[in-house]
Write a new protein. Structure first.
Ligand code: C2E
Ligand code: MG
Ligand code: MG
Ligand code: MG
Length: 282
């Protein structure tokens, strides 16, 4: 009896695994066609200067509108795209699309783009950035590439060489999700970062949690010592923002300041004030 039960359990897991594998194969297949079918969209989330309250840039965040599944979050499909190599075409589309969009803004705000480890280790990446900048005509300093620490470790020498080439174009580099990867401190010294984006797990309840506050202050001190501005991700409450102001954190991003949304919803920031508004102000 025990034996047949074990067999049944085994069959059950085998079947569940088969379903998972099939599901994943379908996603892989659909992912390859998604660009051509126009299923990707970019949402933009504002980045704010803490002491002035001004929007100084936007981070582009990718969404996949799957015909059958609805909106698939990046955490679900980016890892698959990285394993299959589809991320190279997807990442190229994201870069091209964001630079083209930023070129339309009347205000020369910054645009931040997430770059995957696979892109960073592709020999063609620096040339791609150069081409996209030339096509769009945006000032290279407006483009910020967000790179996680984990993306550096596959082949640090190669990552460093690519970042060097990209920086030579005038593009800025931000360390994304700081504090969640490996060997954070030596990475800050070894790679040419222009900004630290501290992971949102260190902001959550920073106003009431002593340990969280201590870590946040330490990262801000590190940023000051290294001459790197710090952006706090995932700011959700006024109390968290007030803490950042009191501790002289340079920039903030999070649901409190704006959820990722189509860029049209932020036209007041990307455009100069309309003539009417200026006349009223005068
Ligand atoms: P990330 O680059 O660290 O992006 C920040 C994530 O935090 C976004 O999730 C954003 O929607 C979310 N977020 C922002 N403010 C808040 C907040 O106040 N509270 C909470 N709980 N969450 C907040 P999203 O859009 O789901 O993206 C997840 C990750 O997927 C990104 O993390 C990034 O690593 C990756 N990703 C997104 N777009 C791209 C892309 O175009 N290319 C690549 N390679 N990766 C991307
Ligand atoms: Mg990011
Ligand atoms: Mg992040
Ligand atoms: Mg992240």
């Amino acid at each position: 009896c025990a034996k047949s039960e074990g067999r049944g359990t085994y069959r059950y897991f085998e079947a569940a695994l088969a379903v998972q594998i099939r599901d994943r194969r379908t996603l892989e297949h659909d992912l390859r066609q998604a660009i051509g079918r126009g299923e990707f969209v970019l949402l933009y989330q504002p980045q704010m200067e803490v002491d002035t309250g001004l929007v100084v840039g936007f981070e582009a965040l990718l969404r996949w509108n799957h015909p059958g599944r609805g909106s698939v979050p990046p955490d679900r499909f980016i890892p698959i795209a990285e394993e299959t190599g589809a991320i190279l075409a997807i990442g190229e589309w994201v870069l091209r699309e964001t630079c083209r969009e930023a070129a339309r803004w009347e205000r020369p705000l910054r645009v931040a783009v997430n770059v995957s480890a696979v892109q960073l280790h592709s020999p063609a990446f620096a040339q791609l950035v150069q081409d996209v900048l030339a096509e769009s005509g945006i000032d290279p300093v407006r483009l910020e590439l967000e790179i996680t620490e984990t993306a550096l470790i596959r082949d640090p020498a190669r990552a460093l060489a690519t970042l060097g080439k990209v920086k030579a174009l005038g593009v800025r580099i931000a360390m994304d999700d700081f504090g969640t990867g490996y060997a954070s401190l030596s990475n800050l010294r070894a790679f040419p970062f222009d900004k630290i984006k501290i992971d949102r797990s260190f902001i959550h309840a920073v106003d009431i949690n002593r340990e969280t506050a201590a870590i946040m202050r330490a990262v801000l001190g590190l940023g000051r010592g290294l001459g790197l501005p710090v952006l706090a991700e995932g700011v959700e409450t006024g109390a968290e923002l007030a803490f950042l102001g009191a501790e002289a954190c340079q920039e903030a991003q999070g649901f409190l300041l704006g959820r990722p949304a189509p860029i049209e919803e932020f036209r007041e920031h990307t455009r100069l004030p309309a003539d009417g508004a200026r006349a009223r102000a005068a």
